[in-house]
Design a protein around this ligand. Structure first.
Ligand code: ADP
Ligand code: MG
Length: 206
C-alpha cells in the first residue's frame, strides 16, 4: 500500500510537515488561500501519478487570478486521474531528501542528501542503519560532498542544521514505531534558517 498527500501525515506524526488541506471546491479554495496566503502551492494527489510534476500537478500560485485559472486546469487533470487537489503553504529554502529503505540483511537504512532538481545530477547522499543518534546525523551531513549548499549563500542564511539533525533522528526512529514501513521518500524537505518542513512524502507499507 502507498500513502501520499495527507494520508502520509499520520505515519509522520511528530515531524514538521507543511500545512496543507484538500480542496473541496472553488469557494473552499479561496478560503484556503486566505489561510495559507500567497504564494501557495496546489498539488494533484493521485496514486496514478506518483510524480506530480510530470503531469503538471504542482503549481505555485501568486494571486487569486492565478489560483482560479490553475484550479480549473488541475481539476480536469485530477478528475481524469481520480485524484484530489491539495493546497499547501509555500516554504522558502533549500531542498533536501530523506529516504528509508528496508534491506533484507541490514534492516531499515536511512538516506540523506541534497534534493531538488539537481539531485540526480549531484547524486550526493549518505546512508546509515536505523535508528541513528544526533552524532550519526551530524556525520551524515558532513559526509556530503556539496554540504556547502547548506551554508550561507548570496544573502540567504545558512539552513538550520540543528533542525535537520533532529529530523533525521526522528525519521530513523519511524521504522521501529511502524514495522509496516518498507520504504519512505521525503523529497523534498525544504529548509531555511528558521524552519525545515516536509512538503512531499511517499510511504510504502507492507
Ligand atoms: P513531485 O515530486 O511529485 O513532482 P513535489 O511535491 O515534490 O512533487 O513538488 C515538486 C517541486 O515543487 C519540489 O521539489 C519543490 O521544488 C516545489 N515545491 C513543492 N511543494 C512546495 C512547497 N510547499 N513550497 C515550496 N516549493 C514547493
Ligand atoms: Mg517530490
Amino acid at each position: 500500500m502507498i500513502l501520499l498527500g495527507k494520508e502520509a501525515e499520520k505515519t509522520l506524526r511528530g515531524l514538521p510537515i507543511a500545512r496543507s488541506e484538500y480542496v473541496k471546491d472553488s469557494s473552499h479554495m479561496v478560503k484556503l488561500a486566505k489561510k495559507f496566503h500567497f504564494p501557495l502551492v496546489l498539488k494533484i494527489i493521485s496514486e496514478k501519478a506518483v510524480h506530480k510534476t510530470e503531469i503538471k500537478g504542482v503549481r505555485i500560485v501568486a494571486s487569486e487570478a492565478e489560483l482560479r485559472k490553475n484550479y480549473i486546469e488541475m481539476a480536469k487533470i485530477a478528475k481524469r486521474l481520480k485524484g484530489k487537489i491539495m493546497a499547501q503553504e509555500f516554504i522558502k529554502g533549500r531542498e533536501l531528501i530523506i529516504g528509508i529503505k528496508k534491506d533484507p540483511v541490514f534492516g531499515h537504512a536511512i538516506m540523506f542528501g541534497i534534493g531538488g532538481t539537481m539531485v540526480e545530477l549531484l547524486h550526493d547522499v549518505s546512508f546509515r542503519i536505523c535508528p541513528i543518534t544526533e552524532r550519526d546525523a551530524e556525520s551524515m551531513i558532513n559526509e556530503l560532498k556539496y554540504k556547502k549548499l547548506l551554508d550561507e549563500f548570496r544573502g540567504e542564511k545558512a539552513v538550520n542544521i540543528k533542525l535537520i539533525k533532529n529530523i533525521l533522528v526522528k525519521v530513523s526512529n519511524l521504522p521501529a514505531r511502524n514495522r509496516k514501513i518498507s520504504e519512505l521518500d521525503i523529497n523534498p524537505l525544504i529548509a531555511n534558517d528558521k524552519v525545515a518542513k516536509i512538503v512531499d512524502a511517499r510511504i510504502m507499507l507492507g
